[in-house]
Design a protein around this ligand. Sequence first.
Ligand code: CA
Length: 238
Amino acid sequence: MSRKENILIIEDEEAIRTGLVDVLVYHGYDTDFAADGNTGLEKALTGKHDLILLDIMLPGMDGYAVCEQIRKADREQPIIMLTAKSSDEDIIQGLQLGADDYVAKPFSVAQLILRIQAVLRRSGLSNEPEHMIELGDSGQATHIKIDSRNLSATKGKEEIHFTRREMDILLYLANHTERPVPRDELLNKIWGYAKNLELETRTVDIHVAKLRRKIEQDAANPCHLITVRGAGYRLMVD
Ligand code: CA
């Protein structure tokens, strides 16, 4: 029998936390939980979890700080933020600090389970062969050399680090440089969203914006990761 996947729930509201535990156990997952940010961070850093569900408003350390600390220690750890509904600021900040995805409260159980399955399915596919991507002319300030195995890149003397999700986007675009890649294709291939999931294209846009801040000289005028209006994103390789 295959190992059960383990999900850490960091959520202070007891009704939601116990509800999540029940639902996840019912769907065949092992669970662990924490009711405050500090305990949650400690469990996240000392345990091995296939996925972390992370609330934002927490006593002690909030979810943003927890997310940031987890990312500092582990750029591969899948994290889904639980955000208050229709709070764009929450969503954007969470994704910028390294969350892979978010689910807005109040969420339906079906929607949450689909999202969890998508993230877990994707994170199991991450052992890609080593891949170097070079963008721009060597010797130019815009030149960047990306090492997929180390989730890193060099831009001049600067070393850049990526999350697993960011690297997956770069690799996917690098394998499809002949055309722009639509956002729903990225959601499907990188996030594992099935076509029947509500497509959260903003998640893609925020990840692309983060990538541009890392790889472009001027993120507002990208030359490597460009937008093709009405068509999607395209990685320009020479
Ligand atoms: Ca809360």
